[in-house]
Design a protein around this ligand. Structure first.
Ligand code: HOZ
Length: 430
């Protein structure tokens, strides 16, 4: 068989990978066009295989808070590769990373490492079910907790982006155990807890919703969740895969001062390698095997490369505490985009929590799933393509949060806002 031309990578990809991708949100399905193939990342930029440069606001969907190729992270990984890729035994860096996490995250006294956010939420829920002896879980419309069976009910991220109903393949008997209610609606939470007394094992929430655009918790919502879960014996689980070490060094629980029973972590914790974790009080975590009966395991969990990358990244964050700078910069980005929209009479609203941000093209401010569903997704799609054309890479979906990094600065901001203005003009005409 002859060699297939490299310039047709997308054709080749679609022949051998479903939809041409290894994860649906990368496919550009809802925005049109073909995804680019990245060749390298450098600081705030991504370069594709044709050498085109993009200011990157996706940042691998969140992990790269220090930008691409931060020297401390790269050196730590290089050093780790020289002594072995994986051992299947405990390693020192695993203990050091766990100690640092326990130090930084208010609700964590013990932690179990896993390899993906999906694994972390799936395991946290098993633990919640195991210790409470209850089977139902309560989640929020538009929150996305990975793709395990229990969570694909009115989920955000790729499920919402592709407009899929809840996924085939999830046994009804399992999805029936998942209750999904509107984000920011405490009354609905209370009535579900009343309706199923002693049946709900856990209430799981993204404390800042980042998988349906960015939606902030309304004042008192997280505090209310803490109160009602405590009163009814359900565990409160904060899915901090996106917010952990991102919105503040101690995550959203530190920022809002609400401590959950269990926390799931991913993305920033691995510095760009596949690392995730779940943690909580010693009492709860000692119920996990081998100290307790709740089984959970993983061949590559706590592997030396991931641990080295995560430790290096978290050490930089703990030392430099760049959160004020990140929040200021991100605030300027969001207000710049909103100002550009206003100048052109394009209805838009937006928000940021630290360096996590989102803009909706809609008449009214968005507080939940139904509000996000009413936004102008068609305008978003052409705006996205026009931005990309100009070398600005936003998430290819109106239902994903954006991110900035410590190496994004005034130069990238100025360029982005210029491109955004042009893109809005072009998208309106188109
Ligand atoms: N969880 C990520 C953001 N919603 C995206 C990762 C993916 O689904 O590929």
């Amino acid at each position: 068989m002859g060699k297939i031309d490299d310039s047709r990578l997308w054709e080749r990809a679609r022949r051998v990978l479903p939809g041409g991708v290894s994860s649906p949100v990368r496919s550009f399905r809802s925005v049109g066009g073909e995804p680019f193939f990245s060749e390298r990342g450098e600081g705030p930029y991504l370069y594709d295989v044709d050498g085109k440069r993009y200011v990157d606001y996706v940042l691998s969907w969140g992990p790269l808070i220090l930008g691409h190729g931060h020297p401390a992270v790269v050196e730590a990984v290089e050093r780790a590769t020289r002594t072995g890729l994986t051992f299947g035994t405990p390693v020192k860096t695993e203990v050091e990373l766990a100690e640092l996490i326990v130090d930084l995250v208010p609700g964590i006294e013990m932690v179990r490492f896993v390899s993906s956010g999906t694994e972390s939420t799936m395991s946290a829920i098993r633990l919640a079910r195991g210790v409470t002896g209850r089977e139902r879980i309560l989640k929020f419309d538009g929150c996305y907790h990975g793709h395990s069976d229990s969570f694909l009910v009115r989920a955000g991220s790729g499920v919402a982006t592709l407009g899929l109903p809840d996924s085939p393949g999830v046994p009804l008997s399992l999805s029936e155990l998942t209750i999904s209610v509107p984000f920011n609606d405490l009354d609905c939470v209370r009535s579900s807890l009343d309706r199923y007394p002693d049946e709900i094992a856990a209430v799981i929430v993204e404390p800042v919703m980042g998988n349906f655009g960015l939606i902030e918790p309304m004042h008192g919502f997280l505090e209310g969740l803490r109160e009602v879960t405590r009163a009814t014996g359900a565990l409160l689980v904060f899915d901090e895969v996106m917010t952990g070490f991102r919105v503040a060094l101690g995550g959203a629980q530190d920022l809002y001062g609400v401590v959950p029973d269990l926390t799931t972590l991913g993305k920033v914790i691995g510095g760009g390698l596949p690392v995730a974790a779940f943690g909580g009080s010693r009492e709860l975590m000692e119920q996990v095997a081998p100290t307790g009966p709740v089984y959970q395991a993983g061949t590559l969990s706590g592997n030396p490369l991931g641990m080295a990358a995560g430790l290096a990244q978290l050490r930089v964050l703990a030392r430099e505490r760049p959160y004020d700078h990140l929040a200021r910069l991100t605030g300027r980005l969001v207000s710049g985009i909103l100002a550009a929209a206003e100048e052109r009479g394009i209805p838009a609203s937006g928000a940021h929590v630290g360096s996590m941000w989102g803009v909706f093209f809609a008449e009214d401010p968005v507080h939940d799933y139904d509000g996000a569903k009413r936004t102008d997704t068609e305008f978003f799609a052409s705006y996205f393509r026009e931005c990309l054309e100009r070398g600005v890479f936003f998430a290819p979906s109106p239902f994903e949060a954006g991110f900035t990094s410590t190496v994004h600065g005034p130069e990238q901001l100025e360029y982005t806002l210029m491109a955004v203005g042009e893109a809005m003009d072009a998208a309106r005409v188109g």
